[in-house]
Design a protein around this ligand. Structure first.
Ligand code: SAH
Ligand code: SF4
Length: 346
């Protein structure tokens, strides 16, 4: 039994009934686990003897191995061991107007993007649906402890931690189902954003299964030649095919997709790339999100200077493409999304 968050309500009811508990007890525990994000110790309405048995037989499966903070406590990165074996990182980011958690979907990643610390680790494991949801529950609990300069309430979930969520689709979709279920965690699907390297079948499945979930696609290049070098899955799903899937997503959801772009000095911050990106972004009605590159040991290239970022932004804005530069929150603790690697935290 890796984590209690992998149990369906009926499974929990059956277990507790087997221990001779009345039927309402399972409902009580379920609400505490999901809605209140309580640990067993915090469940004051449950007898201590039952809390001990729950902890023993149906563990939460979330152990904090290490934790670092930055931005005066508003950014917190936790190294978590989930289900007793899968080690990943989760980042809680408190802003003035919202609190967002960046969750992992896999331990490591098999996609092999050259500039990504997680990619450099290779894939270790897929996380289960419960292990993915458990990170969000942890974030709801911990959001209450953020500084009062933040709302101290979890508002948004982004799949931008370790791993490629659409390469672990079944479990990621399972986690989304539980998180958006009003009888479980109860978060609006519109407050969830999926970031993907561009796995086209997965984008189609997401469109069907969870049309309210936001979509961010990691482009990093607007020509196939360059993109295949930076993002190997581009060989399987080249730009034209990817764009087609995003157009279909847009038509079905009536939402704007995001295009993510890590700014790599003299690699993808050129005028040529900006010019190639403009028509794609315009056809998709996409919002372009530029990410200052986080240096990683396995990739000896530096991030773009602020001057080059400015020039790239100007080129897009002149063509009336909507663009923002992501803040570098948590950089001092290597907590920016996309920079997560176990080596950085151990
Ligand atoms: N696998 C998914 C989600 C996790 S990565 C994806 O690739 O979209 C989240 C974001 O961080 C992606 O846009 C990714 O390309 C970006 N990223 C990865 N390594 C980075 C780095 N070193 N600097 C800046 N962004 C990086
Ligand atoms: Fe995997 Fe995303 Fe990193 Fe690429 S950028 S290796 S898909 S985690």
């Amino acid at each position: 039994m890796p984590t209690v968050y992998d149990l369906a309500p009926q499974d929990l009811a059956d277990r507790l009934a087997g221990w001779g508990e009345p039927a309402y007890r399972a409902k009580q525990v379920w609400t505490q686990l999901w809605k209140r994000a309580a640990t067993y110790e915090q469940m004051s309405d449950i007898l201590p003897s039952l809390r001990d048995r729950l902890a023993e037989e149906l563990p939460l499966g979330v152990e904090v191995l290490d934790e670092r903070t930055a931005d005066r406590g508003a950014t917190r990165k936790a190294l978590l061991r989930l289900g007793g074996e899968h080690v990943i990182e989760t980042v809680l980011m408190g802003y003035a107007e919202r609190v967002t958690v960046c969750v992992s979907s896999q331990s490591g990643c098999a996609m092999g993007c050259t500039f990504c610390a997680t990619g450099q680790m290779g894939l270790q494991n897929n996380l289960t649906a419960g292990e993915i949801a458990a990170q969000v529950v942890w974030a709801r609990r911990e959001a209450a402890r953020l500084p009062p300069t933040t709302p101290q309430r979890l508002g948004n979930v982004v799949f931008m931690g370790m791993g490629e969520p659409l390469a672990n689709e079944r479990h990621v979709f399972g986690a989304i189902a539980r998180l958006t279920d009003g009888r479980a965690f109860g978060l609006g699907a519109r407050h969830i954003t999926m970031s993907t390297v561009g796995l086209v079948p997965g984008i189609r499945h997401l469109t069907e299964a969870h049309p309210q979930v936001g979509l961010a696609v990691s482009f990093h290049a607007a020509t196939d030649e360059l993109r295949s070098r930076l993002v190997p899955p581009n060989d399987l799903y080249p730009l034209a095919v990817l764009e087609e899937a995003m157009v279909a997503w847009r038509a079905a959801t009536h939402r704007r997709p995001s295009i993510e772009w890590a700014m790599i000095d003299r690699v993808n911050d050129t005028t040529e790339q900006a010019e190639a990106l403009v028509p794609i972004a315009r056809r998709l009605g996409a919002h372009v999100n530029l990410i200052p590159l986080n240096p990683t040991p396995g990739y000896p290239v530096v991030g773009s200077s602020s001057g080059r970022i400015r020039r790239f932004v100007d080129a897009l804005e002149r063509a009336r493409v909507n663009v923002t530069v992501r803040d570098t929150r948590g950089r001092s603790i290597d907590a920016a999304c996309g920079q997560l690697a176990l080596a950085a935290a151990t």
